[in-house]
Design a binder for this molecule. Sequence first.
Ligand SMILES: C[S@@+](CC[C@H](N)C(=O)[O-])C[C@H]1O[C@@H](n2cnc3c(N)ncnc32)[C@H](O)[C@@H]1O
Length: 292
Amino acid sequence: MTLYGVGLGPGEADLVTVRGKRVLEEADVVYSPGRLSRTVALEHVPEERIGDLDFPMTKDEEKLRSAWKEAAAEIAPNARDGDVAFVTLGDPNVYSTFGHLRRTIDAFHPDVDLEIVPGVSAVTAFATALDVEIEAGAGLSLREAANGHSPTGPDRMILFKVTDAPATHEGLVEAGYEVTYGRRLFMEQGETLVTDDPAEIDERDYYTLAYAEREDLEIEQATAAFQTDADDADGTSSGGKSNGSEPVADGGEPSGTRRTSEDRGSSGSDRSAGLERAEGCEHGDCGGHDHE
Ligand SMILES: C[S@@+](CC[C@H](N)C(=O)[O-])C[C@H]1O[C@@H](n2cnc3c(N)ncnc32)[C@H](O)[C@@H]1O
């Protein structure tokens, strides 16, 4: 039988894939490493089939190794006798605790069959939530920015684990980046927030990422020529368009596809209106070490 690593998506129960839901419904036991993943799993699985694993909040590698050995020893016999699942938020192969479990199972229980069901990762969900388009031909790098770090270099980056947004922001702006932050995106628990202002999210919340783009980045897409603007809509434009319903012809002067950080910020506040207030970091998930 099989141990399934199931990606739950960013945190809304209906963003679990159809395959992931089927595996959860059929598994004998569904193990969750944290409170948030447990909450999402509970939307698909009755509580009596949830198996909780105990992980210490520590960065001590020896303690972590022994916790993973214990977890694997608990899971392996059940995965030999039946089907079990281990859930993680997002995708099990992206910055996830599932890697620890897989390595431990491979090392100590190599006869256990293992299968992974990918999930909607924050790596892709951020683009919709922050209204960012990663165009054909563009590069995108993944970095971590915990404890106020400001990694730089690539034209575009997603920064995970942004725990001190004001400090991270300072370094990024100094290095010539425009930055948008996303907190608890597509998540049922807590308040979803999208903002360009690090002061709005100065309170630590582990489920915070950032998208950083070089401010001098030139983006030229063929379809940028279709861009409309307010002047065009009322027919006052002297550009290449006679009214709002017609595209700017080639050779017109479209303003480009890139939205300013102001644009992105305002759409963010609209999105967050009406969502529930955050519960802060009461879940152990956003403490010193996370297990999602
Ligand atoms: C340990 S990584 C897990 C990534 C996850 N496996 C995935 O594929 O999305 C946790 C980091 O991902 C980011 N993250 C994950 N889910 C998020 C969400 N719903 N909203 C904002 N950031 C999220 C945060 O930066 C957080 O610190």
